[in-house]
Structures are given as C-alpha cells and as structure tokens.
Write a protein of this length. Structure first.
Length: 129
C-alpha cells in the first residue's frame, strides 16, 4: 500500500536537540494536557513512525501492545488529535510537528486547493539552510 502524509504542512523534522521526541512536548506543556494512555500512545507512535511520522497500526494491535481497551484507545487518540500531536485517517497515523500551523484539510494534494505560501518558503529555506 502506498502511503503519503495526511498533513504536508505539519510534516515533522528531526529536532535540533538529540532526541526524536521534541523536548517542547514537556517544555511547552503539551504533556500536561494528556492522560497516561495518551502519552503511551504518543510514545508508541513516535517510536514506530517512519521519517514522515507515518505508521499503520490497527486498533486491536495498539490496544494489545499498550494494554488499552477500545474506549481508552479511542479517548487517547482523540486527545492527541485535539492537542495537534497526531493526525489520523484510518488506518494511517501521522505524528505531527509541534507548533506548526494547523493542517489544511485536503483529500487530494494534487487539486487546486489553497496553499500557505509562507509555509512553502519556510520549508524551502530550511532545506537550503
């Protein structure tokens, strides 16, 4: 199956500090708003995601791996979505960049949808820098 990011605008990059887990998760208090179940799900997703933050894990597999019932898993996922930490379109998860603009909903990235030109130039600048 071909996978592609749900949100190109919030595609994550390796933070400048050492870890893959962005330290702003703690410094900017994202973690303070999460339940232990949501934290466990986030850590799992960060760990298994590819370089674009993408991963496929079925609810049954996640529930078993994290010892979460279906309702707790759903609540954890919804909390991560509300905090802007992940995007989810069954069966695909995307771990999102912290502090980036909200994702622009688009079913087809090849359509003529509006583009945040500032974000495009910022990404180009990051690549060239």
């Amino acid at each position: 199956m071909h996978k592609r990011p749900i949100s190109w605008v919030k595609l994550r990059r390796v933070p400048r500090q050492f870890s893959w887990v962005d330290q702003r998760l703690v410094r900017e208090r994202y973690i303070d708003q999460l339940t232990p179940e949501a934290c466990a799900l986030y850590l799992f997703l960060v760990t298994v995601a590819d370089a674009q933050g993408l991963s496929y894990y079925a609810d049954a597999s996640l529930g078993q791996r994290l010892s979460l019932s279906a309702p707790l898993l759903h609540q954890a996922r919804e909390a991560l979505i509300r905090q802007g930490l992940v995007a989810y379109r069954r069966p695909l998860y995307q771990v999102l960049a912290l502090g980036a603009p909200e994702p622009v909903p688009a079913d087809d990235p090849t359509d003529d949808a509006a583009v945040d030109i500032k974000a495009v130039f910022n990404q180009i600048w990051e690549v060239l820098s």
